[in-house]
Write a protein that binds this ligand. Sequence first.
Ligand code: SF4
Length: 356
Amino acid sequence: MKKTNKRIFFTENLLFWNATRNARTMPWKGEKDPYRIWLSEIILQQTRVEQGLEYYNRFVYQYPTVSLLAAAHENDVFKLWEGLGYYSRCRNLIASARYIAFDLGGFFPESYDEILKMKGVGPYTAAAISSFAYNLPHAVVDGNVLRVLARFFGIDTPIDSNEGKKYFTELAQSLLDKGSPSLYNQAIMDFGATVCKPQLPLCESCVLQKECDAFNTNRINELPVKEKKLKKRSRFFYYVIAEFEDKIYVRKRTEKDIWQSLFEFKLFEKEEKITAEDLLDSAELKSFAGQGFKVQSISKFYKQQLTHQSIEGVFIHIVLAAPLANDEMETIEKDRISTLAFPRFMTRFFEERQSF
Ligand code: SF4
């Protein structure tokens, strides 16, 4: 794409804004260690900066190098990640750390294409790492960047369409200051996060206002355009905490979903909401727990909203009359439960309950 006057105006004024603002200070800003940059980028995918910061510090403290992360026990890493959600990120973190330590001799990849080969790293993260760590000329394109570009250039091509993705990527690349890609990328991301925000952007004091298409045509709330509106799926979880002789039955999840490799209790999932008593009366519960079990407690219903689904669930604690004949579950002593990594949905219940 050619550099038009409007594009030159955009890049120059964005860099001017960057040079004259009070930048948010974050430990990963100005960082040149690709391992730490990668860590911060993976943690910040789908996580607010305020929450991610604490986890970033914990990871850097516990695993200061990629080799130490690669050598860590999987359950310890999951435990450190606990509460951040979207656990596929943690699985990919472990897989990529091992790939770097064992396949690449401990050397972090140094080119955009090589970085892109790491698990869990897409074009955005590869551009961020290659520009921040190595100052390579790759423009980042994330939600913040898309919003700024769609508004400033008045583009109504849906940002999530194939055509939109291609167009915005080329546009972003054409705007990049090739002399200082790291500075430029940080500037546009921060500008989207703090000035051209999704709601109530700070147009009155914006350095781009004079040439901003959305501002001049009063379309700020219409841009960017999205093709797909997310439809949420409702799920209802009934966790049965089965206890026998001071031990609790748990299971490590193997399903390829966001909670893979985390632990859980016996789960009965329903498409419709039923009461805990309905479940206790059901044939499937009796076939799982056998005869003569006692109900110890029934929790309130907990709720959690994820991007694509809403989950409601209850925890039913029962004491069995005989051990389970169920080889997909293992037992752990009640007082050691907290050493396992569980999904956030379940740790909220633990926090309120405190002990078994
Ligand atoms: Fe965003 Fe408003 Fe600035 Fe346009 S004028 S770039 S909409 S903050």
